[in-house]
Design a protein around this ligand. Structure first.
Ligand SMILES: NCCCC(=O)N[C@@H](CCCN)C(=O)O
Length: 431
């Protein structure tokens, strides 16, 4: 790949070193930011303190235009620029995403405080180098988007629909994990909430008067467990009984289930139809009424951009990252993210990073690791690799074009695959 006009490799390296220097200079306030978010965990769409803390962070930095409650109550946007290039040049808008929602009961067990920190650090690093190098060959704007509700709901999807990603050329974020990995296969997911309504009665005195909603939930749960054997190995189906009654001597009049349905690509219709039959048949068997409510948004799988992936990997290696080569890890579904939907509207990457602990995400041990000082080295190293990748995109001519061409081709192919899939519904469900 060529390097911008009169800017040779040496200049590119100077810029990258400067990015790293700017991030290192800010490390104390970045740790404080992350620690504050970690100390007051808030669940999806309720991240008021995290929102306020991030808004304060960017308001205290020079030069950022900060919009609090940007399109969603707990979203924000901070922008800097345009800067560099010549008046009238096209502006390259580089986006960094911050997540900051926690899990119910176990706090920041997925390390989203570190995601917020990575986004903030990378943006500060990129702005720092652009400011100090007055000869940016391209006109650049840096956008930080605070995206709530990844664990539940899909804040990024709300923001896509509200136009928040319009005009962005490329977008970066990174997610805590057990290893450094440029890409792990995140799946499409659709959440479903199911309510059974029966009739209460004394469970010993006149049980025949009751209609048992807990039985419906248990039958549905078992239907889905039986279905699992017939699913493709890389599909996932799992859930909980959220409500199962009040007391053993009251036949439960109400029960509630929550399930996640996942497939490796965006077409969830077949799995959805199969699951729906499991829920409905349980209602029929028990005489309950059933409400099946699929979540407002489906998350898509992540559309890869290998051009960006390669750059990130090269940059990460220069910083000492050892990317996993374990094929089990690289090929095993790693959950889902609403970044999947973003990856279909703007080219971007969502690498995973080691945080200095072998604890697994969504455990109390991971919560502890996400707040520990030990995670800081890895978190800032990840931010550096992202910002260095942004520098590549800005300084190497034709690279952004390549990134965008790969993106357009990827979207086109995915659409073609979706169109050739059999129609959703009963026809795709075995008898
Ligand atoms: N691979 C990203 C992990 C983040 C995560 O755990 N996301 C949730 C999203 C659930 C959406 N209902 C997940 O369970 O995968």
């Amino acid at each position: 790949m060529a390097i911008a006009g009169d800017m040779g490799r040496e200049n590119l390296n100077t810029w990258k070193n400067k990015v790293n220097h700017c991030i290192d200079e800010a490390k104390e306030k970045l740790f404080l930011l992350s620690k504050d978010i970690w100390s007051s965990p808030e669940i999806a769409y309720e991240e008021k303190l995290a929102h306020d803390r991030l808004v304060r962070f960017f308001s205290e930095e020079k030069g950022w235009q900060v919009e609090s409650h940007y399109k969603l109550d707990t979203a924000f946007r901070a922008t800097w620029g345009p800067f560099g290039g010549k008046d009238g040049d096209n502006v390259v808008n580089v986006g960094f995403l911050c997540e900051y929602d926690a899990l119910p009961g176990i706090g920041h067990a997925c390390g989203h405080n570190l995601i917020a920190e990575v986004g903030a650090a990378a943006a500060i690093g990129l702005k720092g180098v652009l400011e100090s190098e007055s000869n940016s060959p391209v006109r650049v704007k840096v956008t930080v988007l605070g995206t709530p509700a990844e664990e539940d709901g899909g804040g990024k999807i709300d923001l896509i629909l509200a136009g928040a990603f319009e005009g962005m050329d490329v977008v970066f974020m990174a997610h805590p994990s057990q290893e450094d990995a440029v890409y792990l296969p995140d799946m499409a997911v659709h959440d479903v909430n199911v309510k059974y309504h029966g009739k209460a009665s004394h469970a010993a005195a006149y049980p025949w008067e009751g209609v048992n909603a807990l039985d419906a939930a248990v039958i549905a749960y078992n239907n889905l467990s039986a279905l699992r054997q017939q699913l493709k190995p890389d599909w996932r189906l799992h859930g909980i009984i959220k409500h199962g009654g009040l007391k053993p001597n009251i036949i439960p009049a109400y029960s509630e289930l929550e399930f996640y349905l996942r497939t490796p690509n965006r077409d969830l219709s077949c799995l959805r139809a199969k699951a729906e039959m499991c829920f409905r048949s349980a209602a029929m068997a028990t005489g309950c009424q059933v409400d099946i409510m699929f979540a407002k948004h489906e998350y898509h799988n992540i559309l890869r951009n290998t051009t960006l992936d390669q750059l990130y990997e090269e940059n990460g290696r220069t910083l000492g990252m050892q990317f996993t080569t374990d094929q089990n890890v690289l090929n095993t579904p790693s959950g889902s993210t609403d970044f999947g939907n973003v990856s279909y509207v703007v080219p971007g990457i969502h690498p995973y990073f080691y945080i200095g602990s072998d604890a697994l995400n969504h455990t109390e041990e991971y919560t502890a690791a996400s707040g520990a000082e030990e995670a800081q080295f890895y978190t800032l190293r990840t931010a550096k690799a992202l910002a260095m990748t942004a520098v590549d995109v800005l300084l190497r001519p034709d690279l952004l074009k390549e990134v965008k061409e790969e993106f357009a081709q990827g979207v086109f192919c995915e659409q073609a695959v979706s169109k050739s899939a059999p129609p959703a519904g009963a026809a795709s469900v075995p008898h």
